[in-house]
Design a protein around this ligand. Structure first.
Ligand code: ZN
Length: 292
């Protein structure tokens, strides 16, 4: 038994989600077989995201308020719009978005930072200090002076594919979850990818200069077409995509047969699914290219 890592007063309840459950629920509910397939081990079905020993019941309730806000006001309206490129809604947000972003980055940081292979001492020390500031903000509502960013992910034309499969970068962007501390020689940040959204919280230095119009304020408006990223972040996302989804190549013939059988059993569901939406967009693009 351990103490809650946020309030450090009560016993933790050992069932906190590192990645909020509503995101993996969404993947499952919009998938063509109705089951969530983990991207790290694509040949094994999992019904849930990873649960960790992190929070007490009270702190879990606090986080679920922020999650409820993000899910209802931002995540679902954006992800359930008909076409992830054309119909990107413009979303107004309140401070609850900042709370949600900090709660997300804090739990990834606190879960990963202690065993993390830090190469640069300054980055490690900055991480320890950031963890304290983010915890204080979540617990005691202290002023948040650190940067936290949100990037909306759209459909990528000419998306790179995993060699030998038709799984492309759009699958990573829309249908997988991923989180880690990212470390380079000059900078470190906490990276969390949910379906359709990336959150980046810089650790060292305190400013993140690779993205435009992604900084979360106390309130504001999210606009897909105003956001932009530079080549550093593009390369980073392509690398994460390859690392996360490459294991799909190791699926055996027997496993593919099982996947195909599941597909044909659920043919009605496929037509409404988000995977089918992505497939249609790919086909439309091919047809457009062929007719040119
Ligand atoms: Zn607690």
């Amino acid at each position: 038994m351990g103490l809650c890592k946020l309030c450090k007063k009560k016993e933790s309840i050992k069932n906190s989600h590192l990645i909020p459950k509503f995101t993996t629920d969404w993947i499952r509910n919009t998938s063509d077989t109705g089951k969530f397939r983990t991207s790290v081990l694509p040949n094994k079905r999992v019904q849930d995201s990873k649960k960790v020993d992190l929070l007490c019941g009270d702190c879990e309730n606090l986080f679920s308020k922020f999650e409820g806000y993000f899910s209802k006001v931002i995540f679902k309206p954006v992800m359930n719009s008909n076409n992830p490129v054309v119909d990107y809604p413009v979303v107004d947000y309140t401070e609850s978005l900042l709370k949600f972003a900090v709660s997300l980055s804090w739990r990834i940081l606190v879960f990963k930072m202690y065993g993390y292979p830090w190469k640069i001492l300054d980055h490690k020390l900055a991480a320890q200090k950031a963890e304290i500031r983010w915890r204080e903000y979540l617990l005691n509502n202290t002023e948040m002076k650190d940067e936290h960013h949100i990037l909306m992910l759209g459909f990528v034309e000419d998306a790179p594919e995993i060699e030998g499969t038709d799984i492309d970068m759009n699958f990573y962007f829309r249908r997988s979850v991923d989180a880690d501390i990212a470390q380079g020689s000059k900078e470190s940040f906490v990276y969390t990818k949910l379906p359709g959204f990336v959150f980046i919280s810089p650790i060292f230095p305190g400013t993140h200069t690779h993205m435009v119009d992604t900084l979360i304020g106390e309130n504001g408006t999210l606009e897909f077409y105003k956001q932009a990223i530079d080549s550093t972040i593009i390369k980073f996302l392509v690398r994460r995509f390859n690392q996360t989804l490459s294991p799909i190549r190791t699926i055996s013939e027997r496993q593919w047969a099982k996947i195909e059988a599941d597909y044909s059993k659920n043919i009605d569901k496929i037509q409404d699914s988000d995977v089918f939406k992505l497939f249609l967009m790919k086909e439309q693009k091919k047809n457009r290219l062929n007719s040119e």
